[in-house]
Ligand binder design. Structure first.
Ligand SMILES: Nc1ncnc2c1ncn2[C@@H]1O[C@H](COP(=O)(O)OP(=O)(O)OP(=O)(O)O)[C@@H](O)[C@H]1O
Ligand SMILES: [Mg+2]
Length: 485
């Protein structure tokens, strides 16, 4: 391979088919005289455009322009010409330079075109160089060269992560892999599970309990999870009323008085709340507004006055403190309002427990968060909540449902295949990587392969085939024409 051209931080390298280079591969350019090297990544492969190539190709067409006669090749250059016809131009992005064994992001020097040695850099060697594998290794899967891609769990700690890609490419699968790895290292994980897929994390694929069984707690609102009003903070209740149930401000003020009076009398219960609203001296419109929200709360089935039915998320979260564990909030089959109530409650509780240090930190996994996370939470999650110790991973197949500001803040992006231009455009706004890399590589990713971007791979984008997981799969798409076997 030879360096041909450099424009900005794009290097063009001439290569031949036997070099066996593919998109996403890394190239090492060693300049022995300067005692420096460059690391570049191939983001596109083209045919080298050599003068006269079009004529040559036309001439070699089967009917060759109907020219009859024998090929006259006294210098025997025909094999060389076919060889040259196959020469390729590798479009590479410079990622880093190496000087005295040290990697630096500096890209300000130019290696020699005449004597630099250009060769493929195996991903396994690159991973060693960047020391991606730390004290808490997570094997994500295999690279193209069949070497394991290992990241460090601490590269997810305190970070904002995004897993995105088109439908059925393996996003939830990767997210389960990350959840189990974090639980393995003793972390507390909370999952907003929209499709009821994470309930099987405690079982292996044959249905037997696995080693995590006692650390996975699945809470289904309204079924094995109900709340007493006394467990709720007024602030959380008001958030539910105002944001999930759209209670106007004046009515919310009245509700505050009602709640406080009930609390003083130690009579906080659904029944007493209904009674008090009925007898409360206030404008009839306010009373109507309060009543309609009250019935929404009652109908959600999420609240109870019976202490034996009630459970508390706190007790499950505390169980995870010693050995780690995951609290799965199963939002399958819940209405959008109930979902929002549950999310308001959970986030309110998490902030409360974290701010008084009863929990150290929580990894929050949110599938399709735009379906239940209210507007004001997005910024909150990336700024305020992160300082409290809520580290979020968003999982979505609609990248435009996540605001571009969030992409810019993301520390790690796990990107599966996308073919749609708009989707690619949305993801490529991530500041941690250039748009060309994202667009060019993500478009060609096969299912279950993911491009890892960000801190986990020290900003060296890498493609990995995510490993299989021995957990029970649940929540698969319901089909009509299901194979009978
Ligand atoms: N790396 C993998 N190895 C083996 N099977 C996988 C892998 N990744 C995903 N699968 C399987 O492929 C199917 C789809 O995966 P998954 O549900 O994770 O996709 P998804 O991107 O979350 O889809 P959706 O957009 O519908 O949520 C599942 O049956 C899953 O078990
Ligand atoms: Mg999914």
């Amino acid at each position: 391979m030879k360096i041909y051209k450099k424009e900005g931080n794009v290097l063009q390298i001439l290569s031949f088919p036997e070099d066996n280079i593919e998109k996403g591969d890394y190239i090492l350019i060693e300049d022995s005289k300067a005692r420096k090297a460059l690391i570049a990544q191939v983001i596109d492969i083209q045919f080298a455009n050599i003068p006269g190539m079009l004529e040559e190709l036309l001439r070699s067409c089967p009917d060759g322009g109907n020219i009859h006669g024998e090929d006259f090749d006294p210098l025997e250059i025909a094999p060389y010409i076919t060889y040259i016809q196959d020469s390729r131009l590798l479009i590479c992005k410079i990622r880093a330079s190496i000087k005295n064994e040290y990697l630096s992001p500096s890209k300000s020097w130019l290696p020699s075109r005449s004597h630099s040695i250009v060769k493929k850099l195996p991903v396994s060697r690159l991973l060693e160089m960047i020391k991606a594998k730390g004290k808490l290794p997570i094997v994500l899967g295999e690279t193209k060269e069949s070497s394991p891609l290992i990241i460090d769990a601490s590269s997810l700690d305190g970070r904002l992560n995004i897993i995105t890609g088109k439908k059925e490419t393996g996003k939830s699968h990767l997210s389960k892999l990350l959840v189990l790895s974090l639980v393995h290292y003793g972390a507390t994980v909370v999952i907003f599970d929209l499709n009821g897929e994470y309930a099987g994390l405690g079982y292996s694929s044959d249905g037997a309990r696995n080693e995590y069984y006692h650390r996975i707690h699945v809470l289904t609102p309204g079924k094995n999870f109900k709340l007493m009003l006394g467990q709720l903070d007024l602030r959380v209740m008001l958030n539910i009323l105002v944001h999930a149930l759209r209670l106007p401000g004046t009515s919310a003020r009245e509700f505050r008085h009602i709640w406080k009076s009930l609390k003083e009398r130690k009579e906080l219960s659904l029944r007493a709340l209904g009674e008090t609203i009925r007898n409360w001296h206030c404008n009839i419109h306010i009373r109507d507004a309060l009543f309609s929200r009250y019935y929404a709360l009652v109908n959600s089935g999420l609240f109870t006055d019976n202490p034996s039915e009630a459970s508390d998320i706190e007790q499950y979260l505390f169980k995870t403190r010693e050995k780690g564990g995951a609290v799965v909030i199963n939002l399958r089959d819940t209405s959008s309002i109930d979902r929002q109530i549950m999310v308001e409650y959970t986030l309110g509780k998490l902030v409360e427990l974290l701010s008084n240090w009863r929990l150290k930190a929580v990894f929050l996994f949110a599938e399709e968060a735009h379906l239940y996370l209210r507007e004001t939470y997005w910024d909150d999650i990336v700024t305020r909540m992160r300082h409290f110790g809520i580290f979020t991973t968003f999982i979505t197949n609609q990248p435009d449902s996540i605001r571009s500001g969030i992409y810019r803040q993301a520390d790690n992006i796990f990107l599966f295949n996308f073919t749609n231009e708009n989707d690619l455009e949305a993801v490529s706004r991530a500041a941690r990587v250039d748009a060309e890399t994202v667009k060019s590589i993500a478009r060609d990713l096969p299912p279950h392969h993911c491009l890892v971007l960000g801190k986990a791979v020290k900003d060296f984008p890498m493609v990995v085939k995510v490993k299989r997981l021995n957990v029970k799969t649940m929540g698969g798409t319901r089909l009509f024409f299901k194979e009978k076997n």
